[in-house]
Design a protein around this ligand. Structure first.
Ligand code: FAD
Length: 585
């Protein structure tokens, strides 16, 4: 047992992450122990656990939720691993670790809105990714992941490097989908890309390798010998209200998936992201509550690469694709058969044509062209022609500052940082054109994400819910719709330039559906090195602590590839490390 004061684990997050003073707070009892303890069973955690186990280490993986998978299982399964994979070679695509490294550190790559994608990436972290990317891909193949049999492309990725196509797609196969509770149509089992096709094979591989998976075990604290010194010794978890201490003989791997679900944490990067942005992509399957970051920061860890979170890239914040429900990310629709549907409450209405609605703020005022999109995604083909590191790339980018999201987040000049709720307003004719059924379970009336009325003034008055901080003035909504209808008559949107406004909003009943932007990616987190070891505020490695995926910083890329690859690196490094006891005084 390590030296220090011996207190039993608290499980409240305030106590766990809130500090703890200068004295060590180590448990009087370890209830469980393993060589490696992995926190989180998503795209980072499962690979880390399997790699470590197959290297001979015993592994306990704790997962806060009742099922594995994290955001990764809800994802589109598009995986941009490159650097010379067998599939790239099969299709004659010449890639290499060096080409991948230079792509992801290319200062000259700029998105169409002027934000540089790769400029602030940490070279050490990208070098490690580039050197391990192809190996991580082959490792997925060897562990049962089936990829759609086609050439790599650029579909579904962003910030993955511009030189060559690298995006691969996990076939859904026969795995039940968490979104529906049922397998996909057999006709598309080998062609549909899905995170289910990534994570269920990895779960099977982990269980086969005898990784011990503890579901509904939420990490609440990381134990270190001293608050700012010595090795990490284990973690505290909460299991349905019961505290448990798990000792890690060689290392703890943080694979908790990021911080965008934690309002105070995400506002360090963007003060506008206040509480009304409650539609985090991937929820309610799993949260991104910053618990990994906070637990590591409480023992001295540093954050890193913070620009990558503030920068306006790809899916960091997205326009709502579904309306009338809380969880409205465009690529994730929860259906009644899903295990988490009771938490999701509604499927939402998918908007096929933004001409069918207007979008208004809390005050019932339009703020932008509704057909506007979101931040651009830099990818293969987005700069044409692209020459690595060339000053000409910036000149070849067609500048297109689509500011829909910034307008939606701009607010109503009442001193509040966030933009407040955004409502899609439409009429019965729009319902018919879109083929919507504006009743539960398609829309969430009970929780206040959908309203209807026969008069616009009544509709405005009905919009009462916890994020609507000010009442919508009925005359505002009436005036907004009347003005919009006049634009439909003239064919010119004089206020926001919506191309040829097509349909009047005139046929009752009228509807107001939640269409507030969605928070998605975390692209900044804990400082790590090439071995995925966590580094402290003084630039020193915290012995026995590792991190990867969305909880790690220094790497601006959407999603799965960096998570899988860093899990692969962290699992290997932790298994090869000597027992931390050797470091104890
Ligand atoms: C709808 C959607 C579609 C996406 N599509 C793509 C795509 O096509 N391609 C792509 O590249 N990326 C995609 N992404 C992003 C990608 O899924 C994530 O970047 C990736 O899953 C991150 O991996 P991770 O391991 O960091 O986190 P996750 O996969 O989210 O895993 C984190 C896990 O840690 C658990 N956890 C958190 N805190 C604790 C705690 N305190 N104790 C115990 N467990 C904890 C969580 O419950 C979760 O299971 C998508 C994301 C979403 C939401």
């Amino acid at each position: 047992m390590a030296a220090g004061r011996h207190d039993d684990a608290g499980t409240g997050s305030e106590g766990a992450f809130g500090g703890g003073g200068s004295a060590p707070q180590l448990p009087s009892q370890w209830h469980r122990e393993a060589d490696i303890v992995v926190i989180g069973s998503g795209a980072t955690g499962l690979p880390a656990a399997i790699v470590a186990r197959e290297a001979g280490a015993s592994v306990i993986l704790v997962e806060a939720e009742a099922d594995i998978g994290g955001h990764a299982i809800t994802s589109g399964g598009n995986v941009p691993l490159g650097g010379g994979t067998s599939v790239q070679k099969k299709y004659g695509i010449e890639d290499s670790p060096d080409l991948l490294f230079r792509d992801l550190t290319d200062w000259s790559v700029v998105g169409a809105n002027g934000f540089p994608d790769c400029r602030y990436n940490d070279r050490e972290i990208i070098r490690a990714f580039a050197d391990n990317s192809a190996a991580a891909f082959e490792w997925l193949l060897a562990h049962g992941v089936v990829f759609v049999d086609k050439a790599p492309d650029e579909l579904g990725g962003n910030s993955v490097g511009n030189s060559v196509p690298r995006e691969m797609h996990c076939a859904v196969m026969d795995w039940p989908m968490v979104q529906t509770g049922a397998p996909a149509d057999p006709a598309v089992r080998k062609t549909r890309s899905s995170g289910n096709g990534l994570m269920r094979p990895l779960e099977a591989a982990a269980r086969k390798a005898e990784v011990e998976i503890l579901l509904e075990h939420r990490m609440t604290r990381i134990y270190r010998q001293m608050p700012n010194a010595g090795p990490v010794l284990g973690i505290a978890v909460d299991h349905k209200g019961a505290p448990l201490n798990i000792r890690a003989r060689k290392g703890v791997i943080i694979a908790t998936g990021g911080s965008t679900g934690n309002i105070e944490f995400r506002r360090m990067f963007d003060p506008r992201l206040t509480e009304e942005y409650c539609g985090l992509a991937g929820m309610p399957w799993s949260d991104q509550d910053a618990s990994g970051e906070l637990a590591a920061m409480a023992i001295g860890a540093a954050l890193w690469g913070l620009y990558n979170q503030t920068g306006e890239f790809g899916a960091n914040v997205t326009k709502a694709g579904l309306i009338g429900c809380q969880y409205n990310y465009r690529n994730l629709q929860w259906m009644p058969g899903s295990r988490v549907f009771a938490r999701a409450r509604a499927t939402g209405l998918r908007v096929a044509d933004w001409q069918d609605v207007i979008l208004v703020n809390m005050l019932g005022r339009r703020f932008y062209d509704e057909t506007g999109g979101q931040y651009p995604a830099n990818n293969y083909n987005s700069i044409d022609p692209y020459i690595q590191g060339s000053w000409r790339n910036i000149k070849n980018v067609k500048y297109n500052p689509n500011n829909f999201l910034n307008a939606a987040l701009a607010g109503i000049d009442d001193g509040h940082n966030g933009g407040g709720p955004i409502w899609a307003i439409f009429d019965q004719d729009a319902v018919a054109r879109e083929g919507w059924r504006p009743t539960p379970p398609q829309v969430d009336i009970a929780a206040g994400f959908f309203f209807s009325a026969n008069r616009l003034a009544d509709l405005a008055e009905k919009i009462v819910m916890k994020y609507q901080r000010v009442a919508m003035p009925p005359h505002n909504l009436e005036a907004t719709v009347a003005r919009y209808n006049s634009f439909v008559e003239t064919g010119v949107d004089e206020d926001f330039g919506k191309p040829a406004p097509r349909y009047k909003i005139a046929t009752p009943p009228f509807y107001a559906a939640w269409a507030t932007p969605v928070v998605h990616d975390t692209r900044a987190g804990l400082r790590i090195n090439a071995q995925c070891q966590v580094v402290d505020l003084y630039g020193r490695v915290i012995p026995g602590l590792y991190c990867g995926g969305e909880s790690a910083g220094g790497f601006s890329q959407h999603g799965l590839a960096r998570a899988v690859c860093q899990g692969y690196i962290a699992g290997r490094a932790a298994a090869a490390a000597p027992p931390v006891e050797a470091m104890l005084a």
